[in-house]
Every structure is written in C-alpha cells, then in structure tokens.
Write a protein that binds this ligand. Structure first.
Ligand code: BES
Ligand code: MN
Ligand code: MN
Length: 470
C-alpha cells in the first residue's frame, strides 16, 4: 500500500473523531416511533458522508421500514468485491439518568468516546468509511470493489432486510461479506468472529380476571396471573440450567472436542469476568465452561416481567394480568421457527386453564457459523496484524446479527466478522463507549483489509455482476 494512505489516516486522526461525534449526535433509535425522523435524518447524513468521500451510486433504498443506505465503488477491474454490511440505527438510551454525559452528545474521556452507537455500530461503520476515504482522496481508487449496505433496523430484528437481500440478490453479488459489528476478544486481543447465536423472542400475556381484585375478598378463589406466570417460567429450565422445552436440543450441534480445546486455550480470566460483571457467582448450564455457555450453547432468558402493584408501600390486590418478555438464544443448527413451535406447544401445556394465555412472537434470527478456512479470513488476519500489531484469535460470540446467515445463504459467499469493539464497552447499556486507539487501529486495519482482499483474486468474474447497483 502507498504510504500516503496510512499517512493520511494518521494525520487526520483527530478530524475523524470530531466527525464521528457529529454522526453519534443523531438519535437514530429504531425502536421508538418518536425517533422515526431522526432515523431517516441519520440515513441521509450517512449517505451524504458516503457521497462526500467519493463512493458512487449512493442513495437511500426504501424498504417497508427504515431505508437502506447504499453506495459502491466498482472500479477495481479483476479484483474481488466486498459487500460491507453495518447498521446506522441504535438502541434506546433508557435508563438515561444512568449516563455520565448525555447519550447523544459524544464526549471523549480517557481515550474513549462516549455516546449511544459509539461501539454498536456507528463507530465501527465510520471506521470503514474513513479507511475508504483515505483511499479515494489519495489517488481516487480502492484496491478492491466495494458495495456498502447499511440498514436502519438491525436493533429491531432486521425485519425487512431478508426481503431486501433476496430482492437485490443480483446487484449485491460479491466475493466476501465484511461486517464490523462485534467486540474483539479482549483489550489488546483482536479477533475474528466465526460464529453468532440466533434468537427467538416472545411476549407472554396472562389474564386471570377482567379487573384487578381485592385480595381479601377474592384471594383463594381465582388464580393469580403473576404467580401463575412465575410457575410457568420456573418450568422452562431445570436446576442444571438446561432448557426443558421438549425437542429444544434436537438440532443443537455438539461442540467438537477440538473446538472446546481451542476455547480453553484463549486467555480468558473468569475471575476478572465475574468481577467486571458485578455478579456474586457465575451461573449457567452444567457441564460447560463460561465461553462454551455464551458462544455455543442455547439459552432461555426472561427479558422483562410486569405484574401487579409495584409502587411504594403495600396494596392488597390480585392483578388481573401479568406479562413477560422471554427469548431464547439459539446455536447451529437450531431454527427459530422450529424452536418457536416447540416453545408454544410446551407453554400451552404448562399453562393452567385458570388463566387466559396470549403469546406474541417478536423478532428473531438464525444462528450463524462459518468455516474460517478461506482466503478472505486469512487476508483479514493479516490486515488485523498490520493495524493492531498482533495477529487475531478466533472466537465465537453470543449476540446475533440476523442478516448474516441470510447473506451467506443468498449470496453464497463467506463473511468476515472483524469487530473492534471491546466486551466492556456497554453496548445497549448506559455509558456506551468506543476505545479511540482501537478505532484508529481499526481504520488502519480496514485500509489493509481492502488491500489484502484486493490481492486474493476474484472468485467471481469481472465486471462485477450487477455493476451499477440496485
Ligand atoms: N452488534 C450486535 C450483535 C452482537 C452483539 C454481536 C454481541 C456480537 C456480540 C447487534 O447490534 C445486536 O445487538 N443484535 C441483537 C439482535 C436482535 C435485536 C435481533 C441482539 O443480539 O440482541
Ligand atoms: Mn450491532
Ligand atoms: Mn446492538
């Protein structure tokens, strides 16, 4: 690579952070209707930035929900094409009072930038835009072809993206998918992620009577939906942390002994992990280590509970209704639809006829795992080494990116998950932040990634299929 490009990145380091601050100031919260206009404004800002740095065919592509931001650069004749995917939407900020500084006023403290979206995912998207800018403003070329798809609904389950990918299958053709939307293994230990968990999410509503009841007059005569809900939830897992839904484990791919050995070799400090989380003791499925539990085993979680009187003081009441949000993280080869019907059957079986049950299925996503024995992963490994001065470890992650398995399935190409966040950067929580050293090294590594991928040699033919874009 020309020195000019890396020099450019070093020289412009502070400007990048300022611009990132502007990006992070747009409250693109996809979950909240009151932010719908901000989400669109964020899409427009992103597109403006992509055009400004020299990407072509930049535009918003409408979906049934929030727009996809598209842009490309297809001038690297004979070189492979990257499809870069990321998301410009962010999680809600509640509880906002727990933020040290306002979530949409990016603030730099101790080498970290604090704001909602700093790590997940605007900061990591912006890192790539800056690497692309360094090329396009120094010679006007990238070493490989690039198609960029940024969605605005990842944090609400990517509900419209599967259809988008299938509709634009031809135009999105690429040799490799690149995603930066995950943490690295640990501070100072960059990683390439080769597996993600899937998700199946539900809301359970129970009703025991048409109105709240005096617990003295009626207690003992009717079921209490709050108590029934607790009894139902208690039947979802056994004492060993195993999910009791019949059939739930049927499609779970066993961990290979070699993979368990690889996990065990990673420099994981369980004591520090526990302390950082502030947990009195770790808990999980019997027979598995912590990394195995979060990366390679499915779970059942209660995400929220609502019932009865929760104000100050005491109120003698039998609530009319009770509600729970529950979700299951899934691993290969579980399918969210199969798990959903297994769960519904079991839930109906364990729910007594003393209450009315309403089950609502919410978003979900398939688990994903890739073979990391391909030239693009090797290329990414070399790029990370250039940017971070250290070769990456290979890890899996417990989180979900719903579109990854769809991209793999529809485009038939591997994905490289090259995330530069840190596990303690408070994604989805108060005081989300991004380490600026990692951000900077990530811009350098991204620049090298395009160079390394440019050298891999295209598996598809040139001109890239669908040149000219969706
Ligand atoms: N960036 C995360 C996914 C992630 C988290 C990857 C941790 C690796 C480690 C993404 O933005 C996210 O939060 N996904 C949701 C998906 C859901 C809304 C369908 C998740 O995992 O809960
Ligand atoms: Mn994300
Ligand atoms: Mn997220």
């Amino acid at each position: 690579m020309q020195d000019a490009i890396i020099d450019h990145i070093h020289t412009n380091r502070d400007r990048y952070i300022e611009e990132l601050g502007t990006y992070l100031a747009i409250p693109s919260v996809s979950a909240l209707p009151e932010h719908a206009r901000d989400v669109r404004r964020c899409a427009e800002w992103t597109a403006g930035e992509m055009g400004r740095i020299g990407l072509e065919h930049v535009r918003l592509i409408e979906t049934a929900g929030n727009p996809v931001v598209y842009g490309d650069w297809l001038g690297a004749e004979g070189a492979p094409t990257i499809l870069f995917y990321g998301h410009y939407d962010v999680q809600p900020v509640d509880p906002v009072e727990l933020w040290t500084t306002p979530p949409f006023e990016a603030t730099v403290r101790n080498g970290e930038i604090y704001a909602r979206g700093a790590a997940d995912d605007k900061g990591q998207v912006f890192m790539h835009l800056k690497a692309i800018e360094a090329y396009l403003q120094n010679g006007g070329r990238l070493p490989c072809n690039m198609k960029i798809v940024l969605e605005g609904e990842e944090e609400i389950g990517s509900v419209n993206l599967d259809a988008f990918v299938r509709e634009h299958q031809v135009e999105l053709a690429a040799d490799v998918v690149v995603i930066s939307d995950s943490p690295m293994f640990d501070r100072g230990i960059p990683s390439i992620c080769y597996g993600l968990r899937g998700l199946a999410y539900f809301q359970i509503d129970l009703r025991g009577s048409s109105s709240d009841l005096h617990s003295g007059s009626f207690g003992g005569a009717v079921a209490n939906p709050a108590f029934v809900l607790a009894q139902i939830l208690a039947q979802m897992k056994d004492r060993g942390g195993r999910v009791k839904i019949p059939g739930f484990y049927d499609d779970v791919r066993d961990l290979r002994p070699e993979e368990r050995a690889e996990f065990a070799r990673l420099p994981f400090n369980e004591k520090r992990y526990r302390k950082d989380l502030g947990a009195p003791r770790l808990a999980g499925e019997k027979g598995f280590t912590t990394l195995e539990r979060v990366w390679a085993r499915p779970t059942f979680e209660v995400n929220g509970l609502l019932a009865g009187f929760t104000g100050d003081g005491a109120k003698t009441v039998i609530p009319a209704v009770a509600m729970a949000k529950v979700s299951m993280r899934l691993v290969p080869d579980q399918h969210p639809d199969t798990v959903a019907s297994q769960f519904e059957t079991y839930l109906r079986k364990v729910t007594p006829s003393t209450v009315e049950l309403k089950l609502t299925r919410m978003h979900g996503g398939k688990p994903w795992m890739t073979d990391f024995d391909n030239p693009f992963v090797q290329a990414a490994g070399r790029a990370i080494e250039r940017g971070f001065g250290q070769s990456p470890v290979f890890n899996r992650e417990g989180g979900s990116i719903p579109v990854v398995s769809t991209l793999q399935e529809v485009l038939g190409v591997p994905s490289v998950l090259f995330g530069i966040g840190l596990p303690d950067e408070n994604a989805h929580a108060p005081d989300e932040k991004l380490d600026l050293e990692n951000f900077h090294n990530g811009v350098v590594a991204s620049a090298w990634l395009y160079e390394e991928i440019g050298g891999v040699g295209s598996l598809n033919s040139f001109p890239p299929r669908g040149a000219g874009a969706p």
